[in-house]
Design a protein around this ligand. Structure first.
Ligand code: MSP
Length: 483
């Protein structure tokens, strides 16, 4: 059987239109999906929407419509953006899908039957915004330790998942699987979190407080906690959305991409849920950083939310994809500014790559009738050998970098070759060679090497900037296939 690669993005809340943060993770996942497809892997790439819970219910009631209508209205904003950004997802899940809900209920019932879910009275400090309870020791000055909004004391009948039972097994798993939580700094954070006793997880909400959710199969007065519903998407999609009936073979996921703010829910809640459900844990969970805009936190109230559609309209989709992955090491926080964007756009895309392609094609046209000449071994120089060696080292390096989710380093390496090829043109000066018939063999060799480098680059840039790669492929008359 061929190698499998299963990559997921978080499923996004449909409480507002998508912004740069949503686009970021989805583009990163797309690059991985495209890269592994070109390498012959069987790939399943999942994204979608988290449509239940307080945030969505509140957004709907603000709009004065019922939550389902609200979700249906907002859904195209996400789907259309993914089409605009050239996202090649294999499935798009919505947690209001009937099949998804039935699967969530099946898992809830399974845990309940095994006594891994129990009922208890619960009193605690509740943060409406984060939709979670905090204990006395977490709350400072009556505020949520996470979002700093005021919390209120709430007492209610609740169902709990016996998460505490899995504290030690989870610690052991993290210790024995160094690549499970990445980057390493985040792994340390989760280990730190697990130093404190892990409590059982409340997985229900009384309908009187929140009705917009999946009903508990064993208590019709409650819906399940939105995170229990949402996390199950990574498994449920394989059951009913994948193109093949044996899609469960994709489990465990190769990598869940998440933002740093939702690492705990994935690394701790999801992992322990999976242990309870007797399923293997994902191979890896990677938490990326957050974007600020011109040095400031991005927020609606500041009015600085970056709209991916506007960026694409101004600079094109590939420039946007390129910038997001080139500017900041995945895993670290980064800053978005128009000047940084334009700087990279002009220097690296238009100048470095754009010029290399057009200079090379012009010379192949003018000096070789648009054909790739055969090279002459005898006329090879160290310059050619250096270029060829750098080109042949490129794919192993990209493979290594993308394996570590170091998108920026993969791009840096590719652009290293772009720059070397531009210098090669300057140094070999084919226009001078073309004036001297005695240099014909040398000219052919240079043009051959240039064409070869362009072929390599077309393949190398494809996962990142697929439109550009397509354009290069057709301008070069290449027959290489990307999938
Ligand atoms: N619905 C949950 C995820 C459930 S996954 C089973 C959720 N949705 S969200 O829409 O609020 O957030 C989705 C993602 O956007 C998170 O990974 C979050 O980190 C990311 N980002 C939100 N703002 C961001 C930035 N400013 N920069 C980068 N990513 C950001 O959480």
């Amino acid at each position: 059987m061929s190698n499998k690669f299963y990559v997921t993005t978080p499923i996004y809340y449909v409480n507002d239109i998508p912004h740069i943060g949503h686009a970021y993770t989805t583009i990163a996942a797309d690059v991985l999906a495209r890269f592994y497809r070109t390498r012959g892997y069987e790939v399943f790439f999942l994204t979608g929407l988290d449509e239940h819970g307080q945030k969505v219910q509140q957004a709907a009631s603000k709009a004065g419509i019922d939550p389902q209508t609200h979700c249906d209205r907002l859904m195209p904003a996400f789907k259309n953006l993914w089409a605009t950004l050239n996202i090649s997802q294999d499935a798009f899940i919505r947690t209001t899908d009937k099949s998804h809900q039935a699967i969530v209920q099946r898992y809830l019932q399974g845990l309940y039957d095994k006594d891994l879910i129990y009922q208890a009275e619960y009193t605690g400090w509740y943060c409406t915004f984060d939709e979670r309870f905090w204990t006395e020791k977490d709350v400072e000055n009556g505020q949520c330790p996470d979002c700093r909004r005021p919390v209120e004391q709430v007492s209610e009948r609740n169902y709990f998942f016996r998460m505490s039972r899995y504290q030690q097994p989870l610690i052991d798993h993290i210790k024995s699987h160094p690549g499970f939580i990445r980057p390493e700094s985040r792994r340390n954070e989760v280990m730190g979190f697990l130093q404190k006793p892990l409590e059982d997880l409340s997985i229900s909400r009384p309908k009187s407080r929140l009705s917009w959710g999946v009903e508990l199969p064993f208590d019709r007065d409650c819906v399940t906690y939105v995170w229990f519903d949402a996390l199950v998407n990574y498994l449920s999609a394989l059951e009913y959305l994948a193109p093949t009936t044996d899609a469960l073979k994709f489990w465990p996921a190769s990598v869940h991409l998440v933002g740093k703010d939702i690492l705990t829910t994935h690394a701790v809640y999801w992992s322990t849920m999976l242990m309870g459900m007797e399923r293997p844990l994902p191979e890896s969970i990677f938490a990326h950083g957050w974007w600020t805009v011109d040095g400031e936190k991005m927020s609606k109230s500041r009015g600085n939310v970056v709209d991916p559609n506007a960026m694409v309209e101004q600079f094109g989709v590939d420039a946007f994809r390129y910038f997001l992955l080139r500017e900041v090491p995945f895993g670290q926080d980064g800053d978005f500014s128009h000047s940084a964007f334009e700087g990279r756009y002009n220097a690296e895309l238009a100048n470095d790559l754009g010029n290399l392609v057009s200079r090379s094609l012009t010379m192949l046209g003018n000096f070789s009738n648009g054909r790739v000449p055969t090279m002459d071994q005898k006329s090879q120089t160290d310059l050619d050998r250096e270029l060829a060696k750098t080109a042949s080292d490129l794919f192993p390096a990209i493979n290594r970098h993308l394996g570590n989710l170091e998108f920026n380093r993969a791009l840096e390496t590719i652009w290293g070759l772009v720059q070397l090829a531009n210098q090669y043109i300057d140094k070999t000066a084919p226009w001078t060679l073309a004036k001297d018939p005695a240099q014909d063999a040398r000219l052919k060799t240079v043009l051959f090497h240039l064409a070869e480098v362009l072929r390599f680059l077309t393949l190398a840039v494809y996962p990142f900037i697929p439109n550009t790669a397509e354009a290069m492929r057709s301008r070069l008359g290449l027959t290489v296939s990307f999938d």
